[in-house]
Design a protein around this ligand. Structure first.
Ligand code: 13P
Length: 204
């Protein structure tokens, strides 16, 4: 088993019932794998997998109707994704403060950025996702990935996992593994067949 980190951002591709069925039938993971299902499907466990939330609010426990806080997520999963461009586009901010709060409550943070500029270096993983590569079928070149990963690596502590995201598929993930510690995969990961194909592409 390689230690390439496969992070699966299921976004809102599936309904909660579809997600529940997928989570009940996950294949044996061939590499370290994190699933970020919709918030509605958090709380399941599966041997060999870790789970994470796609977003969180910067709030303490209390009277916050409709919000989701780190203290609640920490009971349900290991990771939280912060700063995804689709969340930033909807007004998500205070990413550094959220990262601090999440980690202080025991969550691991995967920070998403679309350039080498980090909201905070104090995270457990950084996913570099150029905006033009997300959901477009246009994957960054190996040179661009290597350059961005090197630039980000110079800012974070040793051991921080650096991932690439944006139109990752079974056809290109092995090449991405040459230049990054992992991949953050959207649509290609949001089915059991897709997940299996990604494992096969990584490990044969
Ligand atoms: P796609 O893999 O569907 O391009 O999505 C990338 C992404 O945004 C993962 O967080």
């Amino acid at each position: 088993m390689t230690d390439f980190l496969l992070a699966c951002n299921w976004k809102l591709f599936c309904s909660p019932l579809q997600e529940r069925a997928m989570l009940a039938n996950l294949p044996e993971p061939k590499v370290p794998t994190i699933i970020f299902p919709s918030l509605l499907s958090l709380g399941s466990k599966h041997p060999g997998y870790q789970f994470g939330a796609q977003r969180m609010d910067l709030i303490d426990q209390g009277a916050h109707t409709g919000a989701i806080g780190a203290y609640a997520l920490a009971e349900l999963c290991e990771w939280v994704l912060l700063g995804h461009s689709e969340c930033r586009a909807r007004g998500d901010n205070k990413i550094a403060e959220k990262a601090h709060q999440a980690r202080s409550l025991g969550l691991k943070v995967m920070l998403c950025v679309s350039s080498q500029e980090l909201d905070t270096p104090n995270v457990d993983a950084v996913a570099y996702e150029p905006l033009w590569a997300i959901g477009t079928g246009k994957v960054a070149t190996p040179e661009l990935i290597a350059e961005a990963i090197a630039g980000i690596r110079s800012q974070v502590s040793q051991g921080t996992k650096l991932l690439y995201g944006g139109s990752v598929t079974p056809a290109n993930i092995a090449s991405i593994a040459q230049n990054a510690d992992g991949a953050l995969v959207g649509s290609a990961s949001a089915s059991l067949e897709g997940l299996q194909k990604l494992f096969t592409a990584l490990t044969g």
